[in-house]
Design a protein around this ligand. Structure first.
Ligand SMILES: NC(=O)c1ccc[n+]([C@@H]2O[C@H](COP(=O)([O-])OP(=O)(O)OC[C@H]3O[C@@H](n4cnc5c(N)ncnc54)[C@H](O)[C@@H]3O)[C@@H](O)[C@H]2O)c1
Length: 329
């Protein structure tokens, strides 16, 4: 297929593009490089330096060039993604996530691109009412970022009805790790997630990490999360696109490892694998942080035949450590 990857120069987008190229698809990356990096681009994929707020530019890109031809599908990863920041700067998230996505949907509708894979998030669920979280769990986002993702899922539902688009909303849990074959060069920019923060501390890019609360109702008192390897996410995108294009049906699906790791466990494994001290300081809890979040990926297995293969904590940490070491050397 010929695929437009919007946000393809970012952390997850570069892995997704790599996977589609590996599977023999053609890809064009559209990205404004606000957090994406040129070093994440591949020579086999055409690159368009563009913004999703530039409607004429987006239309032009979606028409395809003489070189790329018309697109069969688009993957939409471009967004602002920091949950905490979204509570302080909702306007930024309204603009980039909601208005930007409406531009993408309108342009895709005008051009006639029928298959869309969208990066949604486990943040759409909010405080868990039961675990593991499956797709039937109520959606009550606790932060504005999660709200923008849920609204976009709803827009997609309407465009499907009114414009016969098919979509896959992939509700990622905590993305982590780097390409298992070591081919992604750029590091995540301004990370707020645990694994890259630990890696920055291991490399001396920050002096310590902060652990937000150690008095949760979990075995060691620190929060438990479901970490999913970015290579597993990338495989999930290819499976989801295959499903919607072949079955003509849309899909909302979790992508998680179904395993929970506490912050303390992750830090200890990182200390062992890197041989670095990784100083950690216990600080106050963050508002809205549930004690435990784990995914059910039974539906992804049933519909897509997908299961996490690379998401054990040792692989998550060792592939991250390799990427950081390579980058610094
Ligand atoms: N990282 C996670 O754990 C996680 C979890 C759930 C969902 N997601 C979602 O996955 C997607 C990708 O996340 P990521 O971690 O790779 O983040 P990222 O910041 O590395 O990637 C986002 C990419 O989109 C581009 N972009 C942003 N705004 C743009 C705009 N206006 N026009 C054009 N390009 C723009 C950026 O330059 C970047 O390359 C996001 O939609 C995010 O909300 C991420």
């Amino acid at each position: 297929m010929n695929i437009l990857v919007i946000g393809g120069a970012g952390y997850i987008g570069s892995h997704v593009t790599r996977e589609f190229l590996d599977q023999g698809h053609r890809c064009t990356v559209y990205d404004n490089l606000s957090s994406g990096l040129r070093e994440n681009l591949f020579p086999e994929a055409e690159f368009i330096h563009g913004d999703i707020h530039d409607y004429p530019g987006l239309m032009q890109a979606m028409k395809g060039s003489a070189k790329s031809g018309g697109f069969d599908a688009l993957i939409h990863l471009a967004a602002s993604k920091a949950a905490g920041e979204s509570m302080l700067k909702p306007e930024k998230y309204s603009r980039n996530n909601i208005m930007g996505t409406l531009n993408i949907l309108n342009a895709a509708s005008e051009i006639g691109i029928k298959n869309i894979v969208f990066s949604s998030s486990a943040a759409v669920y909010g405080e868990p009412e039961y675990l593991p979280i499956d797709e039937k769990h109520p959606t009550k986002p606790e932060n504005y970022y999660g709200f923008t993702k849920l609204e976009i899922e709803r827009f997609l539902g309407w465009y499907e009805k009114l414009r016969t688009m098919r979509y896959a909303c992939l509700r990622y849990f905590n993305a982590a790790g780097y390409d298992v074959k070591g081919r992604i060069k750029g590091l995540e920019q301004n990370p707020a997630n645990l694994l890259p923060v630990i890696m920055e501390a291991a490399c001396g890019m920050r002096t310590e990490i902060q652990i937000f609360g150690n008095d949760y109702d979990t075995p060691d008192g620190t929060c438990i999360r479901d970490y999913i390897h970015v290579s597993d996410l990338a495989i999930g995108h290819a499976a989801a696109l295959d499903y919607i294009s072949k079955n003509g049906k849309s899909l909302i699906v979790n992508l998680g490892s179904e395993t929970g790791s506490s912050v303390t466990e992750v830090v200890e494994i990182a200390r062992r694998l890197t041989g670095k001290p990784i100083p950690a300081k216990i600080v106050a809890r963050r508002p809205g942080d549930p004690a435990k979040l784990t995914a059910s990926s039974a539906f992804a297995h049933e519909t897509l035949g997908w299961r996490a293969q690379h998401s054990d904590m040792e692989t998550l940490i060792s592939t991250s450590w390799e990427a950081y070491r390579r980058h610094l050397s």
